[in-house]
Ligand binder design. Structure first.
Ligand code: OSB
Ligand code: MG
Length: 385
């Protein structure tokens, strides 16, 4: 879909803290009070859009954090994009990559914001702008590590009762077979189950991990370290359950490498992890062409980040349910209206007939929750760089 050129004249960074309803524990760390970095972007015609940087507080999932992203944005990324004529959202990643290694989540926050801005300016939904085709997307839940198998069974049972179409259980070397066995036993053979190890194992654990084959899982997500593409391929040879890569796939090239090596058979796409929508759409297409299904992962986003995930997940090859739980699963109150909801049969509606993100940001509440904010303006608005 063609969009008009735009020029960012002002970007405001705000960090808010939003308490999760309950602590979320994964093998590499945990989150309780979610520190969330938000961007408010304005272009020269006065159109605005919000975006979210999905980094966490600690560098346990990836090297980036809220603090490194804030630094990268203010010091290197915003200066190279503010005031510049931008042909369209598709060119932003290249502008940000020029001379700046890494920082994909910080880059994605700007890049996705420009997609949001372009949708707003064109008067179309983000879903339509990115090439989405679905009007509702199937939803899964990601359940954190629990204190006991019984606690996990209770959570998983509740999720099934609520209508979730996929139940993903976090696992770690201390909490795996016994926990998964308990859930499979309690919920029966029909429940779509997956597990996510967040890189907690090594190839030495191959025989142990192969015992997960007994539980008929849809996938084992990211058992080994992010850089272990070759080792994941070795592991996949020794295990029947499809491996799915999350942390490992950082751009379209690593997705191609994964497919060439046979490191997995399913791809988790998180637009923040791969530097934004341009890369996310490339990974979608590469996987589709290889006959590999993808699904949209989550990073415990607020309703703003969720809007981007839902739009992306409306693309055709997002065949498996995404980690796109409704607002109420995470927050007592979200920062958008309407809040994101899920139908009793486990779908989130894609706001395809609303302009831009499809939700309003509760700006007063964001201001009230803000721990810090900083506004950056183009040096001389309107002057080409
Ligand atoms: O590995 O998918 C992951 C949350 C934080 C960091 C990593 C992961 C997750 C989740 C949460 O699984 C999914 C969600 O947002 O509901
Ligand atoms: Mg994961």
């Amino acid at each position: 879909m063609p969009t008009s050129p735009l020029r960012l004249v002002e970007v405001t960074l705000r960090e808010i803290e939003l308490p999760l309803k309950e602590r979320f524990v994964i093998s590499s760390g945990w989150m309780e009070n979610r520190r969330i970095l938000l961007l408010e972007l304005r272009d020269e015609s006065g159109v605005t859009a919000w975006s979210e940087c999905v980094c966490g507080d600690l560098p346990n999932y990836s090297p980036e954090t809220v603090d490194t992203a804030w630094l990268a944005l203010r010091r290197w990324l915003l200066p190279r994009i503010l005031g510049r004529e931008i042909e369209g959202p598709g060119v932003v990643k290249a502008l940000l990559d020029d001379g700046v290694q890494g920082h994909p989540m910080a880059k994605a926050a700007i890049e996705m914001g420009v997609w949001g801005l372009a949708a707003e300016a064109a008067g179309v939904s983000l879903s339509r702008l990115v090439g989405g085709t679905r009007s509702r997307v199937p939803t899964g839940i990601s359940i954190g590590l629990q204190a006991s198998p019984a606690d996990l069974v209770a959570k998983a049972r509740q999720a099934v009762d609520e209508g979730y179409r996929k139940v993903k259980l976090k696992i770690s070397p201390e909490k795996d077979l016994e926990y998964v066995a308990a859930v499979r036993e309690a919920l029966g053979p029909q429940t779509p189950l997956a597990v996510d190890a967040n890189a907690a194992y090594t190839l030495e654990d191959a025989d142990h991990l192969a015992r997960l084959d007994a539980f008929d899982l849809i996938m084992i997500e990211q058992p080994l370290a992010a850089g272990d593409l070759v080792r994941h391929a070795r592991l996949q040879e020794r295990i029947d359950t499809p491996l799915c890569l999350d942390e490992s796939v950082v751009d379209p090239a690593t997705c191609e490498d994964m497919l060439a090596l046979g490191s997995g058979r399913i791809v988790n796409i998180k637009p923040g992890r791969v530097g934004g929508f341009r890369s996310a759409r490339r990974i979608h297409d590469i996987s589709r062409d290889a006959g590999v299904p993808v699904w949209c992962g989550g990073m415990l986003e607020s309703g703003i980040g969720r809007a981007y995930n839902v739009a992306l997940a409306s693309m055709p090859n997002f065949e498996l349910p995404g980690d796109l739980s409704p607002s109420a699963r995470y927050w007592t109150r979200d920062i958008v209206t309407p809040e994101w909801t899920m139908s009793s049969d486990g779908f989130v509606t894609v706001p395809r007939d609303r302009t831009g993100l499809g939700v309003e940001v509760d700006t007063e509440r964001v201001e009230a929750l803000a721990r810090r904010s900083e506004t950056f303006a183009a040096a001389a608005p309107g002057v080409p760089s």
